[in-house]
Design a protein around this ligand. Structure first.
Ligand code: THU
Length: 129
C-alpha cells in the first residue's frame, strides 16, 4: 500500500470545498478521506434549520461507508483559507469509530498541520465493535 500523499489529499479537500452548501454560515468546508485504493470527499451541507448542518468530515465518512469502505488512513479538512478548521468534537468521535490512529490534516492560521484522531480526542468513547 502506498504512503498517504497528505498534500494531494488536502488539494482534493480544497476542491470538495467548492461544492459546500453553506449559505447560512458561509463557512465552506471540504474533506478528503483516504480509504486506501480510493479517496472519498465530502462538503458541509447546511439547512434552514441550523442544527441539521452536516459537516464535511461526516459527509465524507458517510459516502465511504455507503460505498463499502471502512478502513481509513487519513483525512484532510479544508476550510476558508487561513482559518483554523480542525474537526469539531462530533466529527472527532465519528472518525475515532473507524480508526483512532487516522492522520488528520487541517489548516490553521499558521499553516497546515497534522495529528492523529486520538491526539485530537483523547479518551474518545469506545469500545468499538
Ligand atoms: N464545519 C465542517 O464542515 N467541518 C468542520 O471541521 C468545522 C465546521 C461546518 C459546519 C457548518 O456548516 C459550518 O462549518 C460552520 O460551523
Amino acid at each position: 500500500m502506498s504512503l498517504v500523499d497528505l498534500d494531494g489529499l488536502l488539494a482534493t479537500a480544497r476542491a470538495a470545498r467548492s461544492r459546500a452548501y453553506a449559505p447560512y454560515s458561509e463557512f465552506r468546508v471540504g474533506a478528503a478521506l483516504d480509504a486506501g485504493e480510493r479517496v472519498f470527499v465530502g462538503s458541509n451541507v447546511e439547512n434552514a434549520s441550523y442544527g441539521l448542518a452536516i459537516c464535511a468530515e461526516r459527509a465524507a465518512v458517510a459516502a465511504a461507508v455507503s460505498a463499502g469502505h471502512r478502513e481509513f488512513r487519513a483525512i484532510a479538512v479544508a476550510g476558508p483559507d487561513g482559518a483554523l478548521t480542525s474537526p469539531c468534537g462530533a466529527c472527532r468521535q465519528v472518525l475515532a469509530e473507524f480508526n483512532p490512529e487516522m492522520t488528520v490534516v487541517f489548516t490553521t492560521p499558521e499553516g497546515v498541520t497534522h495529528m492523529t484522531v486520538a491526539e485530537l480526542l483523547p479518551h474518545y468513547f469506545g469500545p468499538f465493535v
